[in-house]
Design a protein around this ligand. Sequence first.
Ligand code: AKG
Ligand code: FE2
Length: 318
Amino acid sequence: MAGSGIPTVDLSPFFSSNGDQGDKEKKLAMDAIYQSCSEHGFFRIVNHGVPLDLMNRALQLSKTFFEYPDDEKLKCSPVSAAPLPAGYTRHPQNSPDRNEYLLLFPPNSRFNIYPQNPPEFREVLEEIFSHLTRTGMLVESILNECLGLPPNFLREYNQDRSWDFMAALRYFPATKVENNGISEHEDGNLITFVFQDEVGGLEVLKNGEWIPVTPVEDTIVVNVGDVIQVLSNKKFKSATHRVVRSEERSRFSYAYFYNLQGDKWVEPLSQFTKEIGEPPKYRGFQHKEYQQLRMRNKTHPPSRPEDVINISHYEIST
Ligand SMILES: O=C(O)CCC(=O)C(=O)O
Ligand SMILES: [Fe+2]
């Protein structure tokens, strides 16, 4: 799409069976996804199944919530940091990231701490979570096919939906001296969806250049995460991205993480190694071990950025 720097993929053919024409449209969509996943792991989706008015309401309500005084927000402080700190968190003072967020697991998860106010917030959060999960399953099945894996391979590998999580985020306005919202990173899960208000600031690294992912109404930004990169032995790339804060105003966004059950073992699949005579680029690991190392980055930010744990921790050097 002109000006947006990253491809926009129409998912409507996957919601209806429309004979040969539909198959052609699906193929076009899959070709675009294949290409962007092979290059940088980032694309947008439209006709994704999540209602626009629900996305707008979710953004509006999170804005109301984050503008409450601290004592209201702190009522939903996490009771535990495991498996992740569900509830409201602001980054520690020494963190380079200047944002606050509300983290939730799937509706009715025993870990969830829901805000009491605004009163309709919980219902909207739960509703949008369920929609994003359905879209996550669809995108997972498309990636499965793009990777040439046996039908339903990823779905069977990743059946447990209780580890998916979502963050409503608020980025504070930049100051004259610093504007980092979230430092450059890759996501540790399978697939992430982001939708954002009109402020902008999300950027993706493409051919060594930071490309702004400008807000486009009714689209969702998709980025491939580390689990897909490892399983595919780097055939598909985990997108490198960051958020830069705007000087004038706060930015509000949602990030939904289609994730993997913590006990699952992650390693390059034989289809991308043994079967094609390629050496594995990663050693295997248990997903929760990696998730915990990443969470430690956030709660106890290392003083040197090079000490932040990312997927290269498991890379096999050649
Ligand atoms: O807020 C955004 O646009 C992106 C958030 C993000 O990258 C993350 O939470 O991992
Ligand atoms: Fe991210």
